[in-house]
Ligand binder design. Structure first.
Ligand code: PRP
Length: 205
Protein backbone atom coordinates (compact mmCIF):
# COMPACT_ATOMS: atom_id res chain seq x y z
CA UNK A 1 0.00 0.00 0.00
CA UNK A 2 1.17 3.52 -0.81
CA UNK A 3 0.33 6.38 1.57
CA UNK A 4 -0.55 9.73 0.05
CA UNK A 5 -0.73 13.11 1.83
CA UNK A 6 -3.52 15.19 0.31
CA UNK A 7 -3.80 18.97 0.78
CA UNK A 8 -6.95 19.90 2.70
CA UNK A 9 -9.28 22.45 1.12
CA UNK A 10 -10.11 23.60 -2.41
CA UNK A 11 -7.06 22.06 -4.05
CA UNK A 12 -7.56 18.80 -2.15
CA UNK A 13 -10.99 18.27 -3.68
CA UNK A 14 -9.59 18.65 -7.20
CA UNK A 15 -6.70 16.34 -6.33
CA UNK A 16 -9.05 13.69 -4.95
CA UNK A 17 -11.23 13.93 -8.10
CA UNK A 18 -8.10 13.25 -10.17
CA UNK A 19 -7.13 10.24 -8.02
CA UNK A 20 -10.70 8.97 -8.30
CA UNK A 21 -10.65 9.19 -12.09
CA UNK A 22 -7.23 7.49 -12.09
CA UNK A 23 -8.78 4.45 -10.34
CA UNK A 24 -7.90 5.27 -6.74
CA UNK A 25 -11.35 6.32 -5.52
CA UNK A 26 -12.40 6.13 -1.89
CA UNK A 27 -16.09 6.16 -0.95
CA UNK A 28 -15.31 7.01 2.70
CA UNK A 29 -13.48 10.20 1.74
CA UNK A 30 -16.57 11.40 -0.11
CA UNK A 31 -18.62 11.37 3.10
CA UNK A 32 -17.09 14.69 4.12
CA UNK A 33 -16.66 13.85 7.80
CA UNK A 34 -13.77 14.94 10.01
CA UNK A 35 -11.81 11.74 9.61
CA UNK A 36 -8.20 12.32 8.52
CA UNK A 37 -7.06 8.84 7.45
CA UNK A 38 -8.70 6.74 4.72
CA UNK A 39 -8.06 3.62 2.66
CA UNK A 40 -8.92 3.66 -1.04
CA UNK A 41 -11.64 1.26 -2.22
CA UNK A 42 -9.25 -1.27 -3.74
CA UNK A 43 -6.89 -0.99 -0.73
CA UNK A 44 -4.02 0.24 -2.91
CA UNK A 45 -3.65 3.64 -1.25
CA UNK A 46 -3.99 5.22 2.20
CA UNK A 47 -4.92 8.90 2.22
CA UNK A 48 -4.21 11.54 4.87
CA UNK A 49 -5.68 15.04 4.82
CA UNK A 50 -3.00 17.50 5.88
CA UNK A 51 -2.57 21.28 5.78
CA UNK A 52 -1.27 22.15 2.29
CA UNK A 53 1.86 23.78 3.71
CA UNK A 54 2.70 20.57 5.62
CA UNK A 55 2.54 18.07 2.72
CA UNK A 56 6.29 18.36 2.03
CA UNK A 57 7.13 17.67 5.69
CA UNK A 58 5.06 14.45 5.77
CA UNK A 59 6.65 13.24 2.53
CA UNK A 60 10.25 14.25 3.30
CA UNK A 61 10.10 12.50 6.69
CA UNK A 62 8.45 9.40 5.24
CA UNK A 63 5.13 9.65 7.10
CA UNK A 64 3.64 9.59 3.61
CA UNK A 65 5.16 7.94 0.53
CA UNK A 66 3.60 10.47 -1.83
CA UNK A 67 2.01 13.87 -1.59
CA UNK A 68 0.44 16.50 -3.76
CA UNK A 69 1.68 19.98 -3.08
CA UNK A 70 1.74 23.40 -4.74
CA UNK A 71 4.92 24.58 -6.45
CA UNK A 72 4.74 27.69 -4.22
CA UNK A 73 5.13 25.56 -1.10
CA UNK A 74 7.88 23.45 -2.71
CA UNK A 75 9.83 26.61 -3.60
CA UNK A 76 9.29 28.11 -0.16
CA UNK A 77 10.07 25.07 1.99
CA UNK A 78 12.40 23.12 -0.35
CA UNK A 79 11.65 19.66 1.07
CA UNK A 80 14.11 16.89 0.14
CA UNK A 81 11.72 14.89 -2.08
CA UNK A 82 11.46 13.78 -5.70
CA UNK A 83 9.09 15.74 -7.91
CA UNK A 84 7.36 13.16 -10.13
CA UNK A 85 4.58 14.91 -12.01
CA UNK A 86 3.06 18.32 -12.68
CA UNK A 87 -0.68 17.72 -12.23
CA UNK A 88 -1.55 21.13 -13.67
CA UNK A 89 -4.14 21.48 -10.90
CA UNK A 90 -4.38 24.63 -8.78
CA UNK A 91 -2.88 26.84 -11.49
CA UNK A 92 -2.09 30.37 -10.35
CA UNK A 93 0.76 32.92 -10.40
CA UNK A 94 3.21 34.17 -7.78
CA UNK A 95 3.27 37.94 -8.12
CA UNK A 96 4.54 41.16 -6.65
CA UNK A 97 1.43 43.29 -6.09
CA UNK A 98 1.03 46.87 -4.97
CA UNK A 99 -1.24 49.88 -4.81
CA UNK A 100 -2.07 51.21 -8.26
CA UNK A 101 0.19 54.25 -8.00
CA UNK A 102 3.26 52.35 -6.72
CA UNK A 103 6.54 52.73 -8.57
CA UNK A 104 9.65 50.93 -7.33
CA UNK A 105 12.32 53.30 -5.97
CA UNK A 106 16.05 52.83 -5.42
CA UNK A 107 15.86 52.27 -1.64
CA UNK A 108 15.01 49.23 0.47
CA UNK A 109 11.61 47.75 -0.37
CA UNK A 110 9.17 46.61 2.34
CA UNK A 111 7.61 43.32 1.31
CA UNK A 112 4.73 41.63 3.16
CA UNK A 113 4.25 37.96 2.37
CA UNK A 114 3.59 34.38 3.41
CA UNK A 115 6.58 33.45 1.21
CA UNK A 116 9.78 35.01 2.66
CA UNK A 117 12.19 32.72 0.81
CA UNK A 118 10.54 33.21 -2.58
CA UNK A 119 10.49 36.97 -1.95
CA UNK A 120 14.16 37.11 -0.95
CA UNK A 121 15.24 34.96 -3.92
CA UNK A 122 13.28 37.10 -6.35
CA UNK A 123 14.58 40.46 -5.12
CA UNK A 124 18.10 39.12 -4.66
CA UNK A 125 18.12 38.01 -8.30
CA UNK A 126 17.30 41.61 -9.19
CA UNK A 127 19.95 43.02 -6.87
CA UNK A 128 17.37 44.71 -4.66
CA UNK A 129 17.44 45.06 -0.89
CA UNK A 130 14.25 44.21 0.99
CA UNK A 131 12.75 44.03 4.47
CA UNK A 132 10.37 41.10 4.75
CA UNK A 133 7.27 41.24 6.93
CA UNK A 134 5.87 37.74 7.34
CA UNK A 135 2.07 37.54 7.60
CA UNK A 136 -0.20 34.50 7.61
CA UNK A 137 -3.11 35.72 5.51
CA UNK A 138 -5.08 38.72 4.22
CA UNK A 139 -1.73 39.89 2.84
CA UNK A 140 -3.48 42.43 0.60
CA UNK A 141 -4.14 44.59 3.66
CA UNK A 142 -0.44 45.38 4.12
CA UNK A 143 0.04 47.95 1.32
CA UNK A 144 -3.41 49.40 1.97
CA UNK A 145 -2.49 50.14 5.60
CA UNK A 146 1.02 51.32 4.78
CA UNK A 147 2.61 48.29 6.46
CA UNK A 148 4.52 47.45 3.28
CA UNK A 149 5.30 48.84 -0.19
CA UNK A 150 4.37 45.62 -1.96
CA UNK A 151 3.22 42.08 -1.29
CA UNK A 152 4.46 38.84 -2.76
CA UNK A 153 1.45 36.58 -3.01
CA UNK A 154 -0.57 34.15 -5.08
CA UNK A 155 -2.92 35.56 -7.69
CA UNK A 156 -5.50 33.11 -8.98
CA UNK A 157 -8.49 34.92 -10.50
CA UNK A 158 -7.24 38.42 -9.61
CA UNK A 159 -10.49 39.14 -7.76
CA UNK A 160 -8.89 39.90 -4.37
CA UNK A 161 -6.60 42.45 -6.04
CA UNK A 162 -9.43 44.05 -8.03
CA UNK A 163 -11.70 44.36 -5.04
CA UNK A 164 -8.94 46.00 -2.98
CA UNK A 165 -7.72 48.40 -5.68
CA UNK A 166 -4.35 46.71 -6.05
CA UNK A 167 -2.44 45.68 -9.18
CA UNK A 168 0.06 43.06 -10.27
CA UNK A 169 3.37 44.92 -10.34
CA UNK A 170 5.50 42.01 -11.57
CA UNK A 171 5.04 38.31 -12.15
CA UNK A 172 7.52 35.98 -10.44
CA UNK A 173 6.32 32.71 -11.95
CA UNK A 174 3.58 30.19 -12.61
CA UNK A 175 2.40 27.70 -10.00
CA UNK A 176 0.60 24.35 -10.13
CA UNK A 177 0.48 21.33 -7.87
CA UNK A 178 3.05 18.56 -8.12
CA UNK A 179 3.12 14.89 -7.19
CA UNK A 180 6.13 14.36 -4.92
CA UNK A 181 7.67 11.21 -3.45
CA UNK A 182 9.71 10.33 -0.39
CA UNK A 183 13.16 9.37 -1.68
CA UNK A 184 13.49 5.98 -0.02
CA UNK A 185 9.83 5.07 -0.67
CA UNK A 186 10.51 5.75 -4.33
CA UNK A 187 13.21 3.07 -4.28
CA UNK A 188 11.41 0.52 -2.12
CA UNK A 189 7.92 0.95 -3.63
CA UNK A 190 9.05 1.87 -7.12
CA UNK A 191 6.48 -0.28 -8.98
CA UNK A 192 3.48 0.83 -6.94
CA UNK A 193 4.50 4.50 -7.08
CA UNK A 194 5.15 4.42 -10.82
CA UNK A 195 1.75 2.74 -11.31
CA UNK A 196 0.08 5.66 -9.50
CA UNK A 197 2.14 8.24 -11.40
CA UNK A 198 1.27 6.65 -14.74
CA UNK A 199 -2.43 6.35 -13.88
CA UNK A 200 -2.52 10.02 -12.89
CA UNK A 201 -0.73 11.01 -16.08
CA UNK A 202 -3.26 8.99 -18.13
CA UNK A 203 -6.20 10.51 -16.23
CA UNK A 204 -4.87 14.01 -16.97
CA UNK A 205 -4.88 13.43 -20.75
C1 PRP B 1 -5.05 33.50 -1.59
C2 PRP B 1 -4.01 34.56 -1.86
C3 PRP B 1 -4.85 35.74 -2.29
C4 PRP B 1 -6.03 35.09 -2.98
C5 PRP B 1 -5.86 35.17 -4.46
O1 PRP B 1 -5.56 33.73 -0.33
O2 PRP B 1 -3.22 34.82 -0.71
O3 PRP B 1 -5.27 36.49 -1.18
O4 PRP B 1 -6.05 33.70 -2.58
O5 PRP B 1 -6.95 34.62 -5.14
P1 PRP B 1 -7.75 35.44 -6.26
O6 PRP B 1 -6.75 35.99 -7.22
O7 PRP B 1 -8.63 34.39 -6.92
O8 PRP B 1 -8.54 36.50 -5.58
P2 PRP B 1 -6.34 32.62 0.49
O9 PRP B 1 -7.71 32.43 -0.08
O10 PRP B 1 -5.52 31.39 0.58
O11 PRP B 1 -6.50 33.33 1.89
P3 PRP B 1 -5.46 34.01 2.88
O12 PRP B 1 -5.82 35.46 2.89
O13 PRP B 1 -5.71 33.35 4.19
O14 PRP B 1 -4.05 33.78 2.38
Amino acid sequence: MVSIALPKGRLGEKVYALLNSAGYGCRDIEEKNRQLVFTSDGGKAAYFWVKPADVGVYVELGAADLGIVGKDILDETEPDVYELLDTGLGKCRMCVCSKKDYVEGDGKIKVATKFPKISRNYYESRGKDIDVIVLNGSIELAPLLGLSDVIVDIVETGRTLRENDLKVYAEIGGISSRLVANKSSYNFKYKEIEEIRNSLEEALK
